[in-house]
Design a protein around this ligand. Sequence first.
Ligand SMILES: *Cc1c(COP(=O)(O)O)cnc(C)c1O
Length: 225
Amino acid sequence: MIKDNLNIIRETIPSDVTLIAVSKTKPISDLQEAYEANQRIFGENKALEMRDKYQELPKDIQWHFIGHLQTNKIKYIAPFVTLIHSIDSASLLEAVNKEAAKNNRVINCLLQFHIAQEDTKFGLNMEEAKALLESENFKNFKNIHIVGVMGMATFTENMNQVRDEFKTLKNIFETLKKDYFNNDDTFKEISMGMSDDYPVAIEEGATMVRVGSKIFGARNYSVNS
Ligand SMILES: *Cc1c(COP(=O)(O)O)cnc(C)c1O
């Protein structure tokens, strides 16, 4: 099943868009099935759950952290995480930098922006992002690297609204690129789109899509946390 789902989704995704299989809450056996179908990039939103799965599964998997990250949990994922999608404050970035340094690593990160109308979703606004990028503190962070932006659209069936929110994130990316990362070819990622809206996200410029339930089936809880 998981293998079939993956293959169907892969056919709809251009080769230059990265598919992140969001495996949060799912058992190891499900991830193994996806691995056997050649999936190597997984997304998780709880630090301890991700650490446990990392320990059990093959080491060529790339682990993407996509949830709200508490500073006291960074230490569990800092030794191995490939990309943190959810940097939503200067203090979180500082804490990631510190844990990355302890592990002699440079951790790639995305700045998460608040693009949805709901106020339940985390994320920076443009003003906060600019303050962060212009701070003296930021210039001294040697163990993090910002490679792009991430956002979550409003949970709605109104695809026009979702599309507008994706356009907003794309514009934010272009502005930051021009003002802060013009000479940095590694600042190139736009992480947006989930099971219900990833085709729209790709049309609007996503370079990474985060797909969970369309691959692994519905999760066993009602709150989308
Ligand atoms: C759960 C989650 C996803 C995947 O959601 P689906 O609707 O199951 O595809 C994507 N991004 C984030 C940040 C998530 O928390």
